[in-house]
Design a protein around this ligand. Structure first.
Ligand code: CU
Length: 192
């Protein structure tokens, strides 16, 4: 049986077809990132908070998606030097909230964002609250510029929630409860 087809010496790469293919490839490369809605960047203001309310801006936080998850680039000043617990809290409200002892700074932001109901505070690399970020490091002059990581978050997850800085550090564990950060001293609402 004769299987050979009559293709002759013509190249299968018709120039017109090639051009169309190239155009398709190019548009795919250009529009793929948009279609995926993937990488986002957002800048929010971090404000000082206390039991009376929300006060002056302490600078900004740039929120970026990276291959390693969410990266927050702080550009802050006038904070107490040292390491501070830093988390995504569930509600986009930096105002005080009522407790037994009276109004408490930042309580309206609710607890650490925990969509999986883990009930555990285990830091950015653990399997607890997804809102657990790496600590915010403040230099001796009160400025903060070191990146903060959250491998399990993307910028889109932050919409409608609040980023909160605590007075104390963070043990990335349940001991003491919630990592030991204590009082809420600064807050940023992420629009959404
Ligand atoms: Cu917190």
């Amino acid at each position: 049986m004769e299987l050979r087809q009559g293709v002759g010496h013509e190249s299968p790469w018709n120039p017109a077809l090639l051009a169309v293919l190239l155009a398709c490839l190019l548009s795919l490369l250009l529009f793929l990132p948009l279609a995926a809605g993937a990488d986002q960047e957002l800048r929010v203001a971090l404000r000082r908070i206390d039991a009376e309310g929300v006060h002056a801006s302490l600078g900004s936080l740039s929120l970026r998606d990276s291959p390693e998850g969410l990266v927050i680039l702080p550009d802050l000043q006038d904070l107490p030097p040292g390491e501070h617990g830093f988390h995504l809290h569930a509600l986009g409200d930096c105002g005080p909230g009522d407790a037994e002892e009276g109004p408490v700074a930042g309580l309206s932001a609710g607890g650490h964002w925990d969509p999986d109901g883990s009930g555990h505070h285990l830091g950015p690399d653990g399997n607890g609250h997804r809102g657990d970020l790496s600590r915010l490091v403040v230099a001796a002059d009160g400025s903060a510029r070191l990146p903060v990581r959250a491998p399990r978050l993307r910028v889109g997850d932050l919409a409608g929630k609040a980023l909160i800085v605590h007075a104390g550090g963070d043990t990335y564990s349940d001991t003491p409860p919630l990592g030991g950060g204590g009082a809420r001293i600064a807050c940023a609402v992420v629009p959404g």
